[in-house]
Design a protein around this ligand. Structure first.
Ligand SMILES: [Ca+2]
Ligand SMILES: [Ca+2]
Length: 483
């Protein structure tokens, strides 16, 4: 019973805090997040490159906070408005499984910055610099485990879930080690206090939001306590429940998270745009939008550091580039918060970890084809930001004829006095679709030939004689302003 008594005491404290400071819910609707793995982004300070070996994908590669600061103009050029950094904590120094802790998920000290990245003062300077550049900072928070070789495992064995608890638990996801990692026992008051203190600590360094790692493996009661406190402090929260579908996102938005990653959409988009699948499965995911308490905040992504790259799986490089371009254009038509992983804007390839964490390459090293993908991403992001309907509007799926369901997806976004029609063409060939407005469930007045809101794209729409006509390249997505 003891742990529950302590939990009750903490809940009482957080409720009292909430009553004295009724803050507005923080929102990321309208934001575009750029995900950075600092070790693999840009090396701005060779002096901190202890043990760096760029030829070894399992070793530290030298990227750091100084490098990230130097590349803020690049992130602004792409058009992102927020940066998610994978963890920057001080890491275990030893390797595990012949792999260094370059990825940040093997913490040894939750309240310090790893010397490979810089110092705590460097981190504070970075958040101030990002704020000055108009970029919000989302920091990865690990709350489930320490690194395998963290000193705490030996100095504080009582902080970790006992083996017997794992054996007896009905919830193995929570009480058993994730990949064998030393599992924090959040049923203990001291562990809870430390983790709540960690969140306060990083907030004080100028962080706007937390991306909480591996929430499937953390007790729900504790998560709610943590989220209450974040809400009171005005910190936006994004949970990572690996493989979450709309039902899981809905459940956790209800429970207190502002956002979760919609893994089911990622899988469906990759399968349709890159694999041999159809758009029906994408539609199936989008049809569940109504289940989400806050559909404008759900995190939408094509890939991240835990799944193979979006471009991976195409036989030819140019095909992977064309389809990544289509995926980015499609992503920017959807309601939610797009998250772009470093390198996806140039269709970087890579299989499972660590191949999906290849070093970022910048303009001077790009091929003309990579530059073209970047320019398409930049144009789509710019169009989304300029359009109140695309960035914050409601989303309605149109009824396309069943025979076209795997090749064509149509939806409208509406908001701020504007209406936008988005069209995805999953056929491999350029298509012109002519569809009866009444069958689509779309009300629209006659409209002369209109170009896509995305600059540099060969796509057009018109409305005449009760029909909608949309023309776009094979494997492409476009957005049009409806009159
Ligand atoms: Ca460095
Ligand atoms: Ca756990």
């Amino acid at each position: 019973m003891r742990p529950f008594l302590f939990l009750g005491a903490l809940l009482a404290v957080s409720v009292a805090a909430a009553q004295t400071a009724p803050a507005a819910r923080p929102s990321f609707e309208g934001q575009i997040i750029y995900q950075v793995m600092p070790d693999r982004f840009h090396d701005g300070d060779p002096a901190n490159n202890a043990g760096v070996d760029r030829a070894n994908p399992h070793a530290w590669h030298g990227g750091d906070l100084a490098g990230l600061g130097q590349k803020l103009p690049y992130v602004q050029k792409l058009g992102a408005t927020a940066l998610w950094l994978t963890p920057v904590y001080r890491q275990q120094t030893a390797n595990s499984f012949d792999t260094s802790a370059y990825h940040g998920y093997w913490p040894a000290d939750f309240r310090d910055v790893d010397p490979h990245f810089g110092t705590l003062a460097d981190f504070r300077a970075f958040t101030a610099q990002a704020r000055g550049a108009g970029l919000r900072v989302v920091l990865d928070q690990v709350i489930n485990h320490y690194g395998y070789e963290a000193p705490a495992v030996k100095t504080h064995p009582e902080w970790f879930t006992p083996k017997a608890q794992c054996g007896a638990s009905p919830d193995k996801d929570v009480d058993c080690p994730l990949s064998g990692l030393p599992d924090l026992n959040q049923r203990r008051a001291d562990v809870q206090g430390a983790l709540l203190g960690n969140a306060d600590f990083w907030r004080a360094q100028g962080v706007d939001a937390f991306r909480y790692d591996a929430i499937k493996h953390v007790p729900a009661d504790f998560l709610k306590t943590l989220l209450d406190r974040d809400r009171t402090a005005g910190t936006w929260t994004l949970g990572e429940w690996f493989d979450a579908d709309s039902g899981t996102v809905a459940e956790w938005q209800q429970a207190g998270f502002d956002s979760l990653f919609l893994f089911s959409l990622q899988r469906a988009m990759k399968n349709a745009l890159l694999g041999g699948g159809g758009l029906s499965s994408v539609r199936g995911v989008l049809e569940r939008q109504g289940e989400l308490p806050r559909p404008g905040e759900v995190a939408l992504f094509l890939d991240n550091h835990d799944v193979p790259r979006f471009a991976q799986g195409s036989l030819f490089e140019d095909e992977g580039q064309a389809r990544t371009r289509a995926g980015l254009r499609a992503l920017m038509t959807l309601r939610g918060v797009p998250v772009v992983y470093q390198g996806t804007e140039i269709a970087q390839r890579g299989g499972p970890d660590p191949d999906n964490r290849r070093d970022m390459r910048f303009e001077a090293a790009w091929t003309p084809a990579e530059k073209a993908v970047f320019e398409a991403a930049r144009a789509a992001i710019a169009a989304r930001k300029a359009s109140p309907a695309l960035s914050r509007g409601t989303q309605t799926l149109l009824n396309v004829p069943e025979r076209l369901g795997d090749d064509l997806l149509l939806l409208t976004r509406e908001g701020g006095g504007q209406r936008v029609l988005a069209a995805w063409n999953n056929s491999t060939k350029r298509q012109t679709y002519s569809l009866k407005l009444s069958a689509l469930g779309l009300k629209a007045s006659a409209q002369a030939v209109t170009a896509s809101l995305y600059a540099g794209q060969n796509a057009k729409l018109s409305v005449s004689g009760g029909y909608l006509h949309v023309s776009l390249d094979g494997k492409d997505a476009a957005a049009f302003a409806l009159q």
